[in-house]
Design a protein around this ligand. Structure first.
Ligand SMILES: [Zn+2]
Length: 315
């Protein structure tokens, strides 16, 4: 722990970062005297690399960039290194009818399915409702070592994905929370960022049952300061995340930054697994899957990798 005394006089304690805090990283934050904790994240090259597997139009890219940022914020709350966080939106009547992102050990992946014709009719800045129609957001925390799996589902409501995530925490976990997400394409590259703050007793985070008072006066104070963050601050990768936190909370008596988690693109599709799934289909069905080139082709929805399997290999 290093200590920097800020101009306002309060101690600013930060874990000495071993990774750069500008981009492709999630950073833990705590304001102990206000019982507030959370994560701040910024994503750049990792988003570009995930989007490069798909050929989405800009509006859809922006939505996926924000969803990946939310996934990084939530995933980095997991205590277990092998824990997995899945974000899934399943909807009808909107531009997007399926969105899936997941996180494991700092690795992110995601894809979505959208309707070209509906997108062509969309306004420049579609609302969450125009984007998803009527639907639900499911968030699944999976911690294999503790054998703990928890899924919460909330209606996709609010102005944006961040607000939908806030209602997830309010409804599903009774935790007062603030979620801000932003994504912007600068030149050829995407820059995204997000802030998640929660009112939690010291030492508690992740997805334990909590007994926080919803009306505690400390929380509105933290929510106002955190909520003042501008989208362009969240996405500006010239400003390290710890510096941005300091800007927002410099009048607090104590601000701590916690562990930093580097973020990268990771897909877990694997040829042996794909082969084993196909081998489980009845022979008749497998025959129907064989293409003109005599191979069974399976594409990974997340990374667009294509696996070509010779039917003879399936025994
Ligand atoms: Zn894949």
């Amino acid at each position: 722990m290093g200590s920097v005394v800020g101009e306002a006089g309060g101690p600013y304690l930060r874990a000495m970062p071993t990774v750069a805090l500008n981009t492709d990283v999630a950073l833990g934050v705590a304001i102990p005297l206000r019982n507030a904790r959370g994560r701040i994240a910024r994503l750049g090259p990792v988003v570009d690399s995930i989007l490069a597997s798909h050929a989405y139009p800009p509006l859809i890219e922006k939505l996926l960039a924000e969803a990946l940022t939310l996934t990084a914020l939530l995933g980095s709350l997991l205590k277990e290194a092998q824990g997995q966080l899945t974000l899934q939106a399943q909807t009808e009547g909107g531009i997007v009818d399926l969105l899936v992102c997941d996180y494991r050990g700092g690795e992110l992946r995601g894809y979505l399915r959208h309707d070209e014709a509906r997108l062509a009719e969309a306004p420049d800045e579609p609302t969450l409702k125009e984007m998803f129609g009527k639907g639900y957001l499911a968030i699944t925390f999976d911690q294999p070592v503790a054998d703990e799996r928890y899924q919460g589902i909330v209606p996709l409501e609010g102005k944006n994905l961040g607000e939908a995530a806030q209602s997830y925490f309010a409804q599903s976990e009774q935790i007062p929370s603030l979620v801000r997400l932003a994504a912007e394409k600068r030149g050829e590259h995407w820059q995204a960022g997000g802030l998640l703050l929660q009112h939690l007793p010291e030492g508690e985070e992740g997805r334990e049952r909590l007994h926080t008072r919803l009306d505690h006066p400390d929380w509105p104070h933290v929510a106002i300061l955190g909520g003042s963050v501008k989208p362009e601050e969240l996405t500006d990768d010239t400003v390290p995340l710890d510096e941005l936190l300091w800007r927002l909370f410099n009048e607090e008596d104590e601000l701590r930054t916690l562990a930093a988690t580097p973020l990268s693109r990771g897909c877990r599709c694997d040829p042996d697994y794909v082969r084993s799934v196909i081998a489980r289909f009845p022979e008749e069905e497998r025959k129907e899957m064989v293409g003109e080139d005599g191979l069974i082709r399976v594409d990974c929805a997340f990374c667009s990798s294509s696996f070509a399997i010779p039917p003879a290999e399936l025994g």
